[in-house]
Each structure stands twice: as structure tokens, then as C-alpha cells.
Design a protein around this ligand. Sequence first.
Ligand SMILES: C[C@](O)(CO)[C@H](O)COP(=O)(O)OP(=O)(O)OC[C@H]1O[C@@H](n2ccc(N)nc2=O)[C@H](O)[C@@H]1O
Ligand SMILES: Nc1ncnc2c1ncn2[C@@H]1O[C@H](COP(=O)(O)OP(=O)(O)OP(=O)(O)O)[C@@H](O)[C@H]1O
Length: 312
Amino acid sequence: MTSAHSDPSPVTVRVPAKVNLELLVGPPREDGFHTLSTVYQAVNLHDDVTVALDDDWTCSVTGPYADAVPTDSTNLAMRAARLLADEIGVDTPVHVSIAKSIPVAGGMAGGSADAAATLVACDRLWGLALSTEELEEYAAELGSDVPFLIRGGTAVGSGRGERLAPVLARGSYHWVFAISDIGLPTPEVYAECDRLRDRAKAKAVQPEPNSELMVALRSGDPHVLAPQLTNDLQEAAISLRPELGEVLASGMEFGALGGVVSGSGPTVAFLVEDVESAIDLTVALTATGAAREVRKAIGPVHGAHVIPARVD
Ligand SMILES: C[C@](O)(CO)[C@H](O)COP(=O)(O)OP(=O)(O)OC[C@H]1O[C@@H](n2ccc(N)nc2=O)[C@H](O)[C@@H]1O
Ligand SMILES: Nc1ncnc2c1ncn2[C@@H]1O[C@H](COP(=O)(O)OP(=O)(O)OP(=O)(O)O)[C@@H](O)[C@H]1O
């Protein structure tokens, strides 16, 4: 057992949300997961996660979505801290405090982001100095999206989404996110995708990355990227929440270059030309009242990284 105390000061890690620019879903595997080919982009909606040495393993959550997040051992950040401690043999409990700003159950990987941030924060707090590759391996044990939130930027995900490869992406993209009142559970959306395919007798094929999307990302031009946005879970998310179809139509009517359901939804992501268009679309969508909240963001941004401690 190690009891590492090289840096006893609390450590705060900032972690982004993600949007899937492309989410191609293959057939279900024997373990219940679906083979994916996806292109993730990290965007600057973020949570800040602070870990501090404590007498016991505890967790607290603040921010507008705090009520929707468990603070017991089911919190993905708590699971991340306990997993790393068990794997490494650390015996110093931590308090994990999450300043939550990423929508909950919104298809933007909020819980996964907190897990990724906790791994990076505990690594620093306990003085482990693990490599990014090692952290990504632990991350994959916690969820399919978690390794990407450590890496950030723009990356291709394969396997169940946990195997990452870098993508050459130029420039910055402006996004507007329409966030719903009530989240959609990811397993239900995958199950609905399977059900719709069965009903249509559509056979799922092994997904392959779309080369036109890679070319679009190298161009740095949002007009070229917009037509390539695609999500195989979109139909399932709309089947469970028909109003998402109307949100998508409104965003396009108000001038978005492209729109897509983010991951398993129900957040809808719109790609726009520049910051002015982002402000205009945010105002227009907010006025419709079709979403609980509308937020602008930019991607790509860095993955989970240590920031100076919060002064509360
Ligand atoms: C929808 C996405 O966010 C797109 O990036 C991810 O595929 C979901 O990733 P995640 O939330 O990290 O998901 P996990 O915690 O690994 O799995 C939650 C559940 O989602 C479903 N799931 C997830 C990933 C995958 N490749 N196939 C699946 O069928 C399974 O029902 C699984 O039990
Ligand atoms: N730290 C956490 N933050 C948010 N939700 C959490 C956390 N830990 C556990 N949960 C639970 O996980 C559920 C899914 O939350 P999350 O915000 O990760 O969904 P999501 O963004 O749709 O996930 P993904 O995009 O990875 O599929 C929540 O309803 C909540 O009960």
C-alpha cells in the first residue's frame, strides 16, 4: 500500500463537455455495448472538480443542475476516485466537490467529464504522475466517453467509443446548444435505436469513419463541416422526444449551418458561422421557449486539466 502525500493542497481540474460530430452505431456486441465509429469534439461548457484529502470518501455538487446529480457512491466522480485508489493501492480518502455547469443526462458526457476530471485531480493530489495513456486506461473502465474527456480536442472513437485516435482539425467552431428540461437515459436511447432498426428490418453494419468529415475538419470551414454532422442515435432520440425534431427545425430556420442531436440527446447542437451568429441564434431560440436553456460554446478545447484553486 502507498499513502502518497506529495501534494496535500486541494487540486481543481477543469473539464469540458463533448459533442459528437459524427456518431455511427453498429450492431450490439455480446456485452451489450454497440460498436461505434464516432468523432468527438470537446467544447467549452465545463465542470470544475476539486479533490481534497478527507477522513472519508465524500462528494458534493453545486451549480444549477446539482439537484439532478447523486452525491453517494454512484456518482461517477466518486467511482473514479475509488477505482484509482483501489488500482494503485492508495489509502487516503478524498472529498470530491463538483461545480457543475454541464447539463445532466443531456448527451454531453457530464458524468463522464467529472470522472475524467477526478482521475486527473487524484493523480496530482496523490502524487502518482501517471501518464495520459495510463489515465485513459482507467478512464475506459468507468465509461465509453471518459477517455475522450481526458484527451479533449477532436478525436475519433472506435470500439465502444473508448479507443481514441487523433484527428487533424483546423480552426475553432462556434456552437449553440439547446438544452432540454428532462434528460434522456443513454441505455434507453441505444435500445430505441435497436428497436427502430428491428422494426424497419434494417441490418446494422460495422461503422467506418466518413472521410468527407475528415476533409471538412482539415478545411477549418464551418460551411464545409455542417453538412457532415450526423448521428445514428438522432432518430431514436426524436422517437422518444418528438419535440426535438421541432427544435432542430427551428434552429435551421433561424440560420444555423447545421444541427444534430448531441450524443444520446436530448441536447441539440447547432453549428454556426461565427460568434455574432451564435449570439443571434441563442437569442432567437431562447425566445421560442422550446428549450430550457440555450448556451453558446466553442470547440475544440483541451481535455481535463489542472487549474489554479478556486477562492470561494
Ligand atoms: C452516446 C455517447 O455519449 C456517444 O459518445 C456514448 O456512446 C455513451 O457513452 P457513456 O455514457 O460513457 O456510456 P457507458 O457508461 O459506457 O454505457 C452506458 C450504456 O450506454 C449503452 N452503450 C454505450 C456505449 C456503446 N458503445 N454502446 C452502448 O450500447 C449501453 O446500454 C451502456 O450500458
Ligand atoms: N458526476 C455526475 N454528473 C452527472 N450525472 C451523474 C454523475 N454521476 C452520476 N450521474 C448520473 O448519471 C446520469 C447520466 O448523467 P450524464 O450527465 O453523464 O449523462 P449524459 O451527459 O447524457 O451522458 P453521455 O453523454 O456520456 O451519454 C445522471 O442522470 C445521474 O443520475
